[in-house]
Write a protein of this length. Sequence first.
Length: 150
Amino acid sequence: MAMQMLPGFSHFLREMRRFQRDFSRLEDQLDRGLWSRAAVGTTGPLLNVSEDAESVCAEAELPGCKQDQIEVFVVGRNQLVIKGRREAQTMEKAVCHRQERGFTAFTRALTLPADVNPDQVEAKLENGVLRIRLAKSPEARPRKIAVKGE
């Protein structure tokens, strides 16, 4: 004798499977870091900033941006500002089902870990990544001090 399901129970099971799929997809996104933008509370590009003895380097993810859509500024001796805009690419007679990437003007400003020389800054956009190299000011560079004996 085949087991009969309670009325409505099969609907409940379908909904539970759908919930499991959606939750698994959410876990995958969190594992890949797609929500890191929410963690830093910004709508601008995500940044990596590092430094060595001679310079401070910043990298910004700017997929879909062209060189003429980006501006880089050094304000004072330790502020970096990146401005730009992403424009949506629309397809005629197409229906958009999901839009997760932002298409708008953005500004990111941050305090650098050291003073820099605003006249010695290089910025290059390649494969959707903006790389900025800022030479440290002479005062911010480490200086080797000779140790004297007795």
